[in-house]
Ligand binder design. Structure first.
Ligand SMILES: C[S@@+](CC[C@H](N)C(=O)[O-])C[C@H]1O[C@@H](n2cnc3c(N)ncnc32)[C@H](O)[C@@H]1O
Length: 298
């Protein structure tokens, strides 16, 4: 059985949000207090074996910053009018944020956890609702001001876009899927693929084979000239999660492709043309999440 204190990527403890399904808790609940527990019931702790945390953004993003700082580091050209894929999208906040900030043509978020995908869809509806209200308020303000005093979009709150995102439902979609299940079905094509803080979870659950499947599938899904944006977790952080399940423990002990080798594999074996390091250490992010972000060009 997995022990508590190992389920977290860095420090999360909250298990809130959407109702999960059985698979995310595979071998994951700690039993009640054992010997010496005085008969007292100890609260069961969920273990998120895929990194499928319920309150990921609650602890990942520095409360004083607001927007996910990774969006600041991204280049508009990778997203504007592009077909994008966000692998391991969790609750969809980065996916939706990218669509709104950079005007993607389409963006699909996929995640292995159906509960998180439901929350992502709910977030999309919520943000669209907020956006409509904000747009209405701006319009009302504009019509009450004299033309010389107002300008379109002025005074709109964070998620407002002055009608720009009225088609967000057509742009953003979410799908529950295990991305590394198979290499089949690579008929879709994308200009930009993101894989942010997901490699460790795929590596721990599916070993080196899973990691290679991930990289090859990304390559196949990308159009020529496309970009792959990756935020890999360092090997030191694998140790903290190696006991989330028996499978993870076994894989941890047999992994040969360490994160410092990813670059070599992607360039020399998978076939990416070049790589740029866009962030060596992310600022404005909570401790433990200041990871490098790399962009690979096909
Ligand atoms: C630590 S979270 C990162 C969330 C998001 N990418 C970010 O950086 O804000 C890892 C996410 O990857 C998802 N995940 C793990 N293995 C996956 C797989 N094989 N296929 C799809 N999603 C997966 C988890 O459910 C979880 O939501």
């Amino acid at each position: 059985m997995a022990t508590t204190g190992t389920e977290t990527e860095d420090a999360p403890s909250a298990a809130e949000g959407a109702k999960g399904e059985a698979n995310r808790k595979r071998g994951s609940e700690q039993g009640e207090g054992g010997a010496g527990g005085g008969g007292q019931k100890r609260k069961k702790k969920e273990v998120f074996i895929y990194g499928n945390y319920r309150n990921y953004y609650g602890y990942r993003i520095d409360r004083n910053v607001g927007e996910d700082p990774r969006l600041e580091a991204f280049n508009k050209q990778w997203f504007e009018n592009k077909d994008c894929l966000d692998i391991g999208c969790n609750q969809g906040l980065v996916t939706i944020g990218l669509a709104m900030k950079f005007n993607c043509r389409r963006i699909l978020g996929v995640d292995i956890d159906s509960g998180l995908i439901e929350t992502a869809k709910w977030n999309l509806r919520r943000i669209m609702r907020q956006d409509k209200v904000a747009t209405k308020n701006v319009k009302a303000q504009e019509s009450s001001n004299s033309p010389s005093q107002s300008s379109p979009g002025e005074g709109a709150p964070e998620f407002s876009n002055g009608n720009k995102h009225h088609d967000l439902f057509k742009i953003v979609s979410f799908r529950c899927e295990n991305f590394v299940e198979s290499l089949d079905g690579c008929s879709e094509q994308y200009d930009t693929i993101l894989c942010l803080s997901v490699t460790k979870w795929i590596h721990l659950n599916w070993g080196d084979d899973g990691l290679v499947t991930l990289f090859v599938k990304i390559w196949r899904l990308l159009r020529p000239g496309g970009v792959f944006i990756m935020e890999p977790q360092p090997w030191t952080s694998y140790r903290r999660n190696r006991l989330v399940s028996e499978v993870a423990r076994e894989n941890f002990n047999t992994i040969c492709i360490y994160p410092e080798k990813f670059r070599e594999i992607l360039l020399d074996k998978v076939g990416f043309r070049s790589v740029e390091l866009i962030m060596d250490r992310l600022v404005g992010t909570a401790t433990g999440f200041d990871r490098p972000i790399e962009v690979y060009h096909k």
